[in-house]
Design a protein around this ligand. Structure first.
Ligand SMILES: NC(=O)c1ccc[n+]([C@@H]2O[C@H](COP(=O)([O-])OP(=O)(O)OC[C@H]3O[C@@H](n4cnc5c(N)ncnc54)[C@H](OP(=O)(O)O)[C@@H]3O)[C@@H](O)[C@H]2O)c1
Length: 338
């Protein structure tokens, strides 16, 4: 089968297409013919891991060390990147009960990666569910990572209907799912912060208000929010404090150790809190997301689709142009390249 492989860390050009052995499912696994994969933040970081400095890595130093060990110190150990996908079950192992050949599925492989390939094997109790029937494979591949992370994190802070939520980084993988979940599932009033090029895409996701961070500083507009959901964690509690309502929460999705101390301190001393948390994706969450997307007829916004052999261009595009929605690799020749 064809797969996009990398043998050394570096620029997008390290990704190249190779023929590799097609996997065969174990008894409790399904073999999935991958139709589409979305390119996520983790792919970009893992591709160039050796050259990502501790300062550029947005989580506590210990996470960086553990991830470097898992991904390989000097050379990549996981040769095939990609962690979300949508495709079709081609074969089910003899112990598999929940899935059968021919079913359309989508899912998330997490740190196991491996989805930049024509086929993957996944355990039936992995993060795998039937694909939302209202989405194409390309759209469905853009859903699992961001929505599993956003849902997991929102559940830590119990948003009430009608509350105001500010999402910083709203055009990215987690942010775009966060906009839809906050607005349509939790019934919040959503203000999205993104760059100029992404404002239309973020409006289409359902944001009530959109702030272009290149033109406006939301900390100076006099508005305040019940929750500030800061994807890259570039801001700080002291900077955002005045933009939080009484009892408001600042949730940096990416956080360094200092923010953990702020979480402890604010939990004891302040009505306004910092909450740092890790999302742990569960299969039941993906089933919930599938049903929710169908009920609400929600769709992710796709920025561009690239064919498998142009995966390095997809990485380059994200790194140089930024995102106006999801960037997807498609195995289907009939999908128009935009
Ligand atoms: N806590 C957890 O459990 C958890 C789980 C998974 C991931 N994470 C963390 O989440 C982060 C990745 O999130 P992601 O996958 O959504 O990343 P992403 O897809 O790269 O999106 C990040 C977005 O932030 C925007 N951005 C950059 N600078 C900004 C600024 N100053 N103001 C507003 N927006 C800005 C970018 O848009 P422009 O380029 O157009 O500015 C981009 O759309 C990583 O740091 C990762 O460690 C945390």
């Amino acid at each position: 089968m064809k797969a996009i492989v990398y043998m050394e860390y570096g620029e997008p050009g390290v990704l190249h297409q190779e023929e590799v052995e097609k996997p065969y499912p174990g008894g409790d696994e399904v073999l999935i013919r991958v139709h589409a994969v979305s390119v996520n933040y983790g792919d970009i970081i893992a591709r160039n891991f050796k050259n990502i400095s501790p300062g550029e890595f947005n989580m506590p130093g210990i996470f960086r060390i553990l991830a470097r060990l898992a991904f390989g110190l000097s050379r990549p150990r996981k040769k095939i990147l990609g962690n979300t996908f949508a495709g079709e079950v081609e074969m089910a192992g003899n112990e598999v009960k929940q899935f059968k050949a021919g079913e359309q599925v989508f899912g998330y492989t997490g740190e196991q990666m491996g989805t930049y390939a024509e086929y993957i094997c996944l355990k039936e109790n992995g993060i795998l569910a039937l694909k939302p029937s209202n989405l194409t494979y390309e759209e469905a591949s853009a859903v699992p990572y961001g929505s599993l992370m956003a849902l997991g994190l929102f559940r830590k802070v119990k948003i009430q209907k009608g509350q105001s939520v500010l999402i910083i980084g709203a055009a990215g993988g987690i942010g775009s799912a966060a906009v839809q979940l906050a607005r349509y599932y939790f019934g919040a009033e959503v203000t999205a912060v993104c760059s100029t090029q992404a404002t239309d895409a973020v409006r289409r996701l359902g944001a009530d208000k959109v702030i272009d961070y290149k033109k406006e500083d939301f900390t100076k507009n006099g508005e305040s929010y019940d929750l500030i959901f800061d994807i890259l964690g570039k801001g700080s509690f002291s900077q955002y404090r005045r933009s939080l309502k009484q009892n408001g929460i600042y949730l940096p999705v990416s956080f360094k150790t200092a923010k953990l101390f702020q979480m402890l301190w604010t939990s004891l001393m302040s009505k306004k809190k910092v909450v740092c948390a890790l999302a742990v994706p569960k299969p039941a969450d993906l089933i919930f997301i599938k049903e929710f997307i169908e009920e609400q007829n929600l769709k992710p916004v796709i920025d561009r689709c690239f064919p498998l052999e142009k995966t390095s261009d997809a990485h380059r595009y994200i790194e140089t142009e930024g995102r106006k929605g999801s960037v997807v690799i498609t195995m289907r020749n009939d999908v128009v390249q935009t």
